[in-house]
Ligand binder design. Structure first.
Ligand code: 5GP
Ligand code: ZN
Length: 115
């Protein structure tokens, strides 16, 4: 828990969020400013600043974050149509919240290359 981290506060439930999934290691909640009809963020509960800050010890947790995206997409009914998964990292990656999060975007076609 990082005292000044927004997403750590969502994990601690001192800031509310519309939850989509929770277990002992990860939390998923709907983005406050959705960019697609479905826009959910999957985060590790333990603070990790970004993918660039991950270590080999985080491999299982990172895999669990991705598997959570896949099972959430199934439960939200978007897996068949498909979805976009995004991890923004650092300044050039456009990361604005410095607690690792995986975006799950669905419900419309997503263009490539991204902006
Ligand atoms: P990033 O740009 O760091 O990849 O994504 C951060 C995401 O967090 C953005 O899509 C933004 O809308 C979302 N976000 C920022 N503050 C909050 C908040 O307080 N609650 C929720 N649910 N999402 C947030
Ligand atoms: Zn945090």
């Amino acid at each position: 828990m990082e005292a000044h981290c927004l997403f750590c506060k969502i994990v601690a439930k001192t800031i509310p969020a519309k939850l989509a999934y929770e277990d002992e290691r990860v939390l998923a909640f709907h983005d406050i400013n959705p960019q697609s009809p479905v826009h959910v963020l999957v985060i590790p509960k333990a603070h990790m600043t970004s993918l660039a800050h991950s270590t080999p010890d985080d491999e299982a947790l990172l895999g669990h974050c991705l598997r959570t995206v896949a099972t959430l997409a199934e439960s939200l009914g978007v897996a068949h149509a498909g979805y976009r998964t995004v991890i923004n990292t650092g300044i050039d990656g456009g990361q604005t919240v410095h607690h690792l999060h995986v975006h799950l975007l669905a419900g419309r076609a997503h263009g490539w290359p991204p902006g």
